[in-house]
Unconditional design. Structure first.
Length: 456
């Protein structure tokens, strides 16, 4: 496929992907100087009036919803060779399908994703639209000031509830489609609910619940899928029960809507954490000024390095080789990775501090880019409002609470620095993270790169 130079005022950067009906390109809006995605109808469908109508209808469905959890449509146009195109929000972090291919998702991450997707689906349903093709390929991720969010995209099979109040033609992706949709029954939002439950199962199991590859195979399903507890040993029975109810062949036995499904999933996941692990720790371990003092070891301590040559970024690993973070190489002039002892800890916990000047890290007025990450004592995830920030910032912080993260972003701070404070639940452990940078987008990238892999 020859790469075009422009679609109207949109300068083409590269192709993101293509399917049977359309190709998607990353472009730059030259008028607004912003990156967006353009979805263009494939050449061989240009004369099919029904396909053209459905393509444009997708844009109209998307325009019905102003939600951060649904890919937005910003413009519509026609190419020089008379193909319609949609200008969409650019999801810069790939799809859920990409992540499932890389490995099963942790339970907490899955709950976060499903919460976002369910919010988008509920918005569609509330405005009278069914998606009809919820699957990992249509769950997209986009960077945000506090990390990322999942969004629902591709309404190519979308239908208004008025339209599906009549018998409809079968359609959907076999591995995720509800049986009533295959039969061509009159549909309601519980068809999308089934697909969302199937996506949840796939995120946790690494594969869809039944593995159907044809629509006929969907109707041959008899009984529940393989138990998640036989696939992995960290899925509570309560969580599996929520998912299985969503996958019930009889829609009358499913959850009433996607919101109740997502709420039940989150409640079951949180209830599985032992009460002793939910005890709220002292706020003192999060005080910025205590980090440098609590860290043990000096700049000569062990740190592992993995170099990113093209971007000149490196991944730094602590002495115990359980905590790691990726950051610009020029931030790494001083580094300490031998661990730290936060208040409430009975011994040394994994921790690392990498910055331009570790000695100045406790000075909130210093112009020192860097990152701190450390394991906290067992406890309950705090609210974002409980995270103290640097002194002297002139603007109110942005605070975001999610099931596995509490994040506060501070701007207008001394020396022109942006500071992120986060406590995140990773692999069952609370991780305290602080990132400082002049470039907010760079700070977000570092923040989201922190990883924790406890030893077996």
């Amino acid at each position: 496929m020859v790469q075009p130079s422009h679609f109207g005022r949109y300068a083409v950067i590269r192709r993101l992907g293509s399917g049977g009906f359309a190709a998607v390109w990353l472009v730059r809006d030259e008028a607004l100087d912003a990156e967006v995605a353009v979805k263009v109808l494939a050449e061989h469908w240009v004369d099919d009036l029904d396909v053209r109508r459905r393509f444009v209808e997708e844009g109209r469905f998307l325009r019905k919803v102003e939600s951060p959890y649904v890919v937005g449509v910003h413009d519509i146009g026609t190419t020089d060779d008379d193909r319609p195109f949609l200008v969409l929000t650019y999801a810069d972090r790939g799809t859920l399908a990409d992540r499932i291919k890389a490995g099963r998702l942790p339970l907490t991450d899955t709950v976060d994703v499903i919460e976002d997707v369910s919010a988008g689906l509920q918005e569609l349903h509330d405005r009278g639209v069914l998606h009809r093709d919820v699957k990992p390929e249509n769950v997209l991720f986009r960077s945000t000031p506090t990390g990322e969010r999942a969004m629902l995209g591709d309404l190519g099979l979308g239908k208004s509830l008025d339209a599906v109040s009549r018998v409809t033609m079968p359609g959907g992706t076999p591995a995720y489609v509800a049986p009533e949709q295959v039969r061509g029954d009159v549909l309601d939002p519980r068809a999308d609910l089934y697909a969302l439950a199937a996506v949840t199962y796939a995120a946790l199991a690494g594969q869809p619940p039944y593995g159907a590859t044809t629509l006929a195979a969907v109707l041959a399903v008899d009984g529940p899928p393989v138990s998640l507890q036989t696939v992995r040993d960290d899925i509570p029975a309560e969580v599996e029960a929520v998912i299985l109810r969503g996958l019930h062949q009889d829609r009358e036995q499913r959850w009433p809507d996607v919101r109740s499904f997502a709420d039940a999933l989150r409640t079951a996941a949180q209830a599985s954490v032992p009460a002793t692990a939910r005890r709220r720790p002292s706020v003192n371990p999060w005080l910025a000024a205590t980090i440098a003092a609590a860290l043990l070891g000096g700049a000569g301590g062990y740190l592992g390095w993995q170099y990113g040559v093209q971007r000149q970024w490196v991944r730094v690993v602590d002495q115990q080789q359980v905590l790691s973070v990726e950051l610009p190489r020029d931030w790494t002039r001083t580094r300490t990775g031998d661990g730290w002892r936060p208040q409430g800890a009975t011994g040394l916990l994994p921790g690392l501090l990498v910055s331009d000047d570790n000695n100045a890290w406790s000075n909130s007025g210093a112009k020192v880019p860097g990152v701190f990450a450390g394991v906290l004592p067992s406890g309950e995830l705090p609210a974002a409002a409980a995270l103290p920030g640097p002194a002297g910032c002139t603007e109110s912080p942005e605070r975001v609470d999610k099931p596995s993260t509490a994040t506060a972003k501070y701007v207008g701070c001394p020396a022109g620095m942006t500071t992120y404070e986060r406590v995140q639940l990773i692999q069952g452990a609370l991780i305290r993270i602080q990132v400082r940078a002049e470039d907010g987008a760079q700070a977000e990238q570092v923040l989201d790169s922190v990883d924790y892999k406890p030893r077996k």
